[in-house]
Design a protein around this ligand. Structure first.
Ligand code: M6R
Length: 579
């Protein structure tokens, strides 16, 4: 995820764009850059953070500017991969947020036509396509270019010969700010709030041309009008995109996050190494470990391949066998325990792969292969969208190693995840917030879902919660059940449903209230549970995602109801770099 900003107006564009990038930094902080259009286009771009930018290093006058702050996905974070990207003539500059899925073939084609590329990014192809189609009208060139792009994009383009900015949006956020003699375009409203509160949220397919006082919005070849809205957010709240907490904002990003993480093309080389490995082992900590456990169940079910999953801090007590394929999963890519096992495995002669959210992080430098979750920066200490992204990456791998039934059935999953965000968890929150202890139970892949649900709840509410395999409660923990110990049962339409229902009956007869997550219209479950949360209808195995999203919301809302410091729970840190 990246942040972009464009400005056309009566002020000097440079300070407006730089100030805007500082507000967008939470969206990515690998590198930054901007282009200011005066008599010529002047570009500055650099690895590192905009907050470290020294204004004396660059000055350019002009009333048009575009800027970018980057969360690297294609190409490591360095100066050359920073945006803006230019065409061969240096007359066209673009910034881009999103992922161009078909960039490799477009790049090959453009190179064969003589275009010279200077970065490893997917985004640079946009500048060269604009060069190819530019015949004196930037709006037409952008319109033509978007016809060739598959994937997600919010683009801002400048051309030295024109005094306007042209923008395009498809599946990546882009909002306009309408000021007095000035117009802004940005990934969110934070950079424009100090200048105007009148905004227009663009829609997919919109292509916009604007200067300081005129605005034209086109969609599917026709001019369209979009309603403006007045925003009354204060600047601090808007840094969280209008959400009270980063955690909630990050949960709300999950529909896009799943899509971005799931749809990638795994390299044949490591896929065949996994296939031929003597043993596949996943290592990770906390939430990442839980994602690994889900992978194990899915690999067994869809690909018929056994997978070993170890908590990283324990894995170092087992000797990695040469011939094993070790997958280290870590949102931050910096977790010391995970890194230690990876190094150990590497020196034992295993093949290793990192699954992480952070390009250039330590585990990517150690591992033989890296897979990126592309979830964008996660700021809240509680992992939410990164868990969804990890599961998505693992699901894609399972798909590649089996008969691809998941990718076929997941085409509409984006909408299903959106529906989860609307699910009412109030009754469950009332039950949880008064409890001192809770159990979360599930079977099969829903056992790690329940482990993760319990981790989330305990981490941010400080209520003691345990995830347990549903069939195992009777082997000891039953003695803890009473009317003050609610049990959250994850019981979707799955092979395990009948056994789950008898486990719930056993629990009920020991006096514990039950909150059950199950298929909408599951009358049995609705009848026996004290609180029933219907899961939106999902494709096979999609309930792993829907139930996880809803348990995250349950934890979040319970923590809010208890007045907890949701984004920064006590005693914790986002990245644990000590063993
Ligand atoms: O960055 P990592 O994924 O390696 O972090 C591992 C754990 O520290 C992390 O998942 C932790 O459990 C989360 N804060 C839980 O929400």
């Amino acid at each position: 995820m990246c942040g972009i900003i464009g400005y056309a107006g009566r002020r000097e564009a440079g300070p407006v764009v730089v100030g805007g990038l500082k507000k967008l930094e939470y969206r990515g902080y690998d590198s930054f850059g901007f282009a200011i259009s005066g008599s010529k286009i002047a570009v500055y771009k650099k690895n590192g953070r905009i907050s470290d930018f020294n204004e004396s290093e660059f000055s350019a006058n002009g009333s048009l500017g575009i800027g970018h702050t980057r969360w690297a996905t294609h190409g490591v974070p360095d100066d050359k991969n920073a945006h803006p990207h230019m065409d061969c003539s240096g007359k066209i500059a673009i910034v881009h947020n999103g992922i161009i899925e078909n960039y490799a073939e477009l790049r090959k084609e453009l190179i064969s036509e003589g275009h010279i590329f200077t970065s490893d990014t997917d985004s640079e192809i946009i500048a060269h396509l604009l060069e190819k189609y530019y015949d004196g009208d930037l709006l037409s060139a952008v319109t033509k270019t978007t016809e060739f792009l598959d994937g997600a994009y919010a683009i801002l383009a400048l051309c030295e010969d024109e005094k306007r900015i042209v923008a395009a949006r498809q599946s990546s956020p882009l909002v306009l700010g309408i000021g007095d003699g000035e117009i802004f375009a940005s990934s969110d409203i934070t950079p424009m709030l100090e200048y105007t509160q009148k905004v227009i949220f663009l829609e997919d397919g919109d292509i916009v041309s604007f200067d300081k006082s005129s605005l034209l919005i086109m969609n599917a070849g026709k001019e369209v009008s979009r309603e403006s809205e007045l925003i009354d957010w204060d600047i601090d709240a808007a840094r969280k995109g209008g959400f009270d907490h980063f955690m909630l904002k990050e949960i709300y990003e999950e529909p896009d996050v799943f899509y971005n993480a799931f749809y990638f093309e795994p390299e044949e080389e490591f896929v065949s190494k996994i296939r031929d490995a003597d043993e596949i082992t996943v290592v990770g900590c906390g939430t990442s470990y839980h994602a690994g456990l889900i992978f194990r169940y899915l690999m067994e079910e869809y690909a018929g391949m056994p997978v070993r999953v170890e908590i990283a801090s324990e894995a170092s007590y087992f000797k990695p066998r040469p011939g094993s394929f070790i997958i280290a999963v870590s949102q931050s890519g910096e977790t010391a325990d995970t890194l230690a096992v990876l190094r150990q495995a590497k020196s034992a002669g295993c093949t290793t792969m990192a699954v992480t959210n952070v390009c250039g992080s330590s585990i990517t430098r150690v591992a033989d292969y890296s897979l990126f979750m592309r979830a964008g920066p996660e700021i809240s200490v509680a992992a939410t969208k990164s868990f969804i992204a990890q599961v998505a990456v693992f699901m894609r791998l399972v798909d590649e190693l089996s008969d691809k039934t998941l990718s076929e059935s997941f085409t509409g999953i984006h909408r299903v995840i959106e529906e989860c965000l609307m699910v009412d968890v109030d009754a469950a929150v009332s039950m949880c917030k008064g409890a001192k202890n809770l159990f979360f139970i599930g079977r099969g892949a829903y056992y790690p879902v329940s482990l993760e649900g319990a981790l989330k709840l305990k981490e941010i509410t400080y209520i003691h919660a345990e995830g347990y395999p549903a069939g195992e409660l009777k082997h000891g923990p039953f003695s803890l059940l009473d009317e003050d110990t609610p049990v959250v049962a994850v019981c979707p339409e799955h092979d395990s449903r009948a056994l789950m229902i008898s486990n719930i009956r056993e629990i009920k007869s020991r006096g514990s209230p039950v909150i059950a997550l199950g298929g909408a219209g599951d009358i049995d479950l609705e009848e026996i549970a004290d609180v029933f949360i219907p899961l939106p209808k999902a494709p096979e195995s999609g309930d792993i995602i829907t139930s996880s999203v809803i348990l995250q919301l349950l934890a979040y809302r319970t923590a809010v109801a208890m007045g907890r410091d949701v984004d920064k729970p006590r005693n914790l840190a986002k990245s644990v770099t000590v063993v």
